[in-house]
Write a protein that binds this ligand. Structure first.
Ligand SMILES: O=C(O)CCC(=O)C(=O)O
Ligand SMILES: [Fe+2]
Length: 305
């Protein structure tokens, strides 16, 4: 029996990995506020800021925080940064808040601009599937923010994934091909609209009329940062145009899997009073469904344009 010659250096056949050094961002202090990476590839933790309702921040500080948000994908503000009233002021530093709630995400008492994701109210499970908010709208919100008002004893985290870094993980020739493709998005893809409006057929019809299927590039250039990113998501992307159904589904599955790569992620374990505001254009998110039975979970949400 002759031995099989192994003449391949297996170290050359390793899979490509993300070059994390592109995302390196040292901790820094600006105007007494400490900003440090939340995770290496995504997010920044903001500590030392205290903002009361109606209190102004210097323009230079606001500009700094806006820059950091675009650069890091999200800002996590430690508990104690703001109360609920201060939350409305804080988020408006980053855009114009508009009401975004649906039948299961009503405004909390006294806050018309906000809506609530509350385990006592919300019975649809769509927030556990990766998405961008309003991904089937012609004008999805630029930013989304959450303020934790009730936190279960264990679990109930929110996951975030960097869709710019997801693009960096694509092999260049494959990325070039994807850049030629267009995807169709719909509020019906995983049943978001029919489940949200199942008790309101007229409301459902109105939503479908208002938000017909929408086309976008599969890979797009972020309008503010100029960075390329993956621009399909599992909740709302229905198909890729002009290819067979098998190719559409398989390409989408590759991209959905990519978004689920742990090195692209940050996982926020909520503490009462914590705030996260993220760039809803370049960051995907989903809730983690592991908290039923563990106490109430309620997040006040603001969407910004
Ligand atoms: O429940 C969660 O953590 C996800 C919430 C969500 O999808 C949102 O705030 O838009
Ligand atoms: Fe969401």
């Amino acid at each position: 029996m002759s031995a099989i010659a192994i003449d391949t250096d297996l170290s050359t056949v390793q899979p490509r990995v993300l070059d994390v050094s592109h995302y390196y961002s040292p901790a820094e202090t600006f105007d007494g506020i400490r900003v440090s990476p939340y995770k290496p590839v995504l997010g920044a933790r903001v500590e030392g800021l205290r903002l009361k309702k109606g209190q102004a921040l210097p323009d230079t500080t606001v500009a700094y925080l806006r820059r950091k948000l675009l650069d890091r994908g999200f800002l996590y503000f430690e508990p104690g940064t703001v109360d609920v009233d201060g939350f409305v002021d804080l988020v408006q530093l980053f855009g114009e808040a508009r009401f975004y709630g649906g039948p299961y995400t009503p405004p909390p008492e006294g806050h018309k601009l906000l809506n609530t994701i509350d385990s006592k109210i919300k019975k649809t499970n769509m927030n556990f599937i990766w998405h961008v908010d309003g991904g089937y709208y012609p004008d999805p919100p630029k930013m989304t923010a959450l303020f934790a008002t009730a936190v279960p004893e264990y679990g109930g985290d929110t996951l975030f994934s960097n869709a710019v870094a997801a693009y960096d993980l694509l092999d260049p020739l494959f990325a070039q091909y994807l850049e030629t493709l267009t995807a169709v998005h719909s509020g019906d893809t995983v049943g978001h609209l029919p489940l949200s409006y199942h008790a309101d057929p007229e409301g459902l019809a109105a939503q479908r009329a208002k938000y017909p299927p929408r086309d976008t590039p599969v890979i797009r250039v972020h309008p503010e940062t100029g960075r390329k990113q993956v621009f399909v998501n599992e909740s709302y992307t229905f198909a890729i145009r002009g290819v067979t159904r098998a190719v559409s589904q398989n390409l989408l599955n590759i991209l959905f899997d990519l978004i689920k790569s742990p090195e692209l992620h940050a996982r926020v374990s909520w503490e009462q009073g914590a705030v996260v505001i993220w760039d809803n254009r370049s960051v995907q998110h989903c809730g983690v469904n592991d908290y039923s039975g563990g106490g109430r979970r309620a997040l006040y949400r603001a969407t910004l344009y």
